[in-house]
Design a protein around this ligand. Structure first.
Ligand SMILES: C[S@@+](CC[C@H](N)C(=O)[O-])C[C@H]1O[C@@H](n2cnc3c(N)ncnc32)[C@H](O)[C@@H]1O
Length: 499
């Protein structure tokens, strides 16, 4: 490296020290004769990353892409820079472009490990893994096939498949000679798959639309308004994929008069549960923690949301329901007014009678698609059934002790198209400190912490250290050593700022 070059690099380093990444980037691009030398390439990659992180946080996407364009026009075959670009596209949710970027890197260097790993990761995102579990759920498939069969046989033989995915429901309609099939799909990779599936099955007449159904109008429908709409856009909390908005739009704009929607209806069921496995990630359970760490009357909880987690509760080490399950919401997908009312906030309040004493850690919800006469079997996602759906788990931010016979009131809504619960069983937030769930789980692992403490104590005869670096999710032992004046300095992860 020449002397002037070295000086220029130093100048860039100075900008970096001041966290002025925009200046560092511009200087690198304009003033430096960028050589393919590794050192500069590494510096450039670092500066580019930092600068584009900043631009992304400020929503300056045009500038962000300009940066990559400038850099890549100068180094079109630089695998590191291309990989960084792929990662950026991924962070922005542009999975298809990100996929192509990593593929390009592997064409240049088939052994580029980072690009290879990233490519696998993007593949997982493009076709999410649950598709496999879902397609392997024979009961789900049979229920849908029977329902489609019955309705087409009754003359509802022009079909719109909303969210066709791999095209399975359209295949069922094709098998029984539906007069016309229109399918739509919003995800680009799924569209590619369904297109191939239709071709492979000789379904050349299927009109496949690369659109969100909510953007369709009657004019987009080559075969006119369908008499039958089928959709399986149900997550474990039923409404998470936007089925209410989708079907309100479809009934208003796409379905023929007198037409029908499958599924016809959904019924949700709820029960309070006790589960120390779930509580470990929600509240502070490790009592000895409080002996060392003074929390000033507060308690630790995981971040509070009114969302649910998808959990297969039958696979938890500990889980029991504290009341009989109770039906809490019923939505008829063929009743436009009812769907509108629910989106606008209609709710239902249920009383859950605890049939044993215990700690309520939250509420679990699942659903069934009742038999509307079109199917011999019904789909039920309760924890005893092996379906592709998990259950929706709403956690409490405390372990609430209840005696057998206690009544719990819970209001269930899907206002705004999202399943929510309202109740008064959480403790007031003024008493809570929120920390990430993984940190809370670490703190609650009393056995591990005791072992760690024991091992650290047995390291030195006098049990004291000058400097301690504790990189645990929470530096419990490090803090203990400081408090007991057995250490002078502690290095730990920034996560401690949560407290
Ligand atoms: C749960 S998968 C079901 C796939 C397929 N119908 C089946 O039963 O095997 C739902 C699919 O619907 C798509 N999707 C969800 N809402 C949609 C909408 N409103 N319009 C178009 N596609 C939608 C998703 O991208 C996803 O591929």
């Amino acid at each position: 490296m020449s002397e002037s070059h070295a000086l220029a690099v130093n100048e860039v380093v100075e900008y970096v020290k001041e966290a002025n990444f925009a200046a560092a980037f511009n200087f690198l691009m304009e003033k430096l004769e960028l050589s393919p030398e590794k050192k500069v390439s590494e510096l450039l990659t670092f500066v580019l990353n930092q600068h584009t992180d900043q631009l992304q946080s400020e929503d300056k996407y045009t500038e962000l892409f300009d940066c990559y364009e400038k850099v890549l026009s100068q180094f079109p075959k630089d695998c590191e820079l291309l990989t960084e670009f792929g990662s950026r596209l991924f962070k922005l949710g542009r999975y298809v472009e990100s996929f192509n970027c990593f593929k390009q890197v592997l064409q240049i260097d088939a052994k580029h490990l980072k690009a290879f790993h990233n490519l696998q990761y993007v593949k997982d995102k493009l076709v999410e893994r649950w598709h496999f579990r879902m397609l392997n759920d024979c009961l789900r498939n049979v229920v849908y096939e029977n329902a489609i069969w019955t309705h087409v046989m009754k003359g509802l033989d022009t079909v719109l498949d909303i969210g066709t995915g791999t095209g399975l429901l359209s295949i069922y309609a094709h098998r029984i000679n539906a007069a016309s099939i229109t399918a739509c799909e919003v995800s680009e990779p799924m569209l590619t798959i369904s297109k191939k599936v239709f071709e492979a099955n000789g379904m050349h007449d299927v009109d496949l639309l690369a659109r969100n159904s909510r953007d369709l109008t009657e004019k987009d429908l080559r075969y006119g308004r369908p008499k039958l709409i089928v959709t399986e856009t149900l997550d474990c909390g039923v409404f998470g994929e936007g089925i209410l908005e989708t079907l309100i739009h479809a009934k208003e704009n796409l379905l023929a008069d007198g037409g029908k929607i499958i599924p016809h209806e959904v019924v949700l069921t709820i029960a309070p549960f006790q589960s120390s496995s779930i509580a470990q990630g929600s509240v502070l359970l490790n009592e000895s923690f409080e002996e060392y760490i003074f929390l000033n009357g507060s308690t630790l909880v995981s971040p509070q949301t009114d969302h649910y987690d998808a959990v297969n509760v039958s696979q938890l080490p500990t889980f029991e329901m504290l009341s009989d399950p109770v039906d809490c919401l019923k939505v008829n997908f063929n009743n436009l007014q009812e769907m509108r009312d629910f989106v606008d906030g209609a709710s239902n309040t249920v009383k859950l009678k605890c049939n044993q004493s215990g700690y309520v850690d939250g509420f679990v919800v699942w659903f069934r698609l009742p038999n509307d006469g079109s199917a011999a079997t019904i789909l039920d996602t309760n924890p005893n059934e092996e379906t592709c759906w998990d259950q929706a788990v709403f956690r409490l931010n405390q372990r609430m002790y209840v005696e057998a016979g206690r009544m719990l009131n819970v209001t269930v809504t899907c206002s705004g198209g999202r399943l929510r619960l309202r109740h008064g069983h959480n403790q007031p937030m003024e008493k809570c400190l929120e920390i990430p769930e993984d940190v809370l789980r670490f703190i609650n692992d009393a056995e591990y912490l005791t072992k760690l403490e024991y091992d650290v104590n047995s390291l030195r005869k006098d049990g004291s250290f000058t400097t301690v670096m504790d990189l645990s999710p929470f530096p419990y032992v490090g803090i203990m050593l400081l408090k007991e004046k057995r250490a002078k300095k502690l290095y730990c992860l920034d996560l401690v700022n949560y407290l």
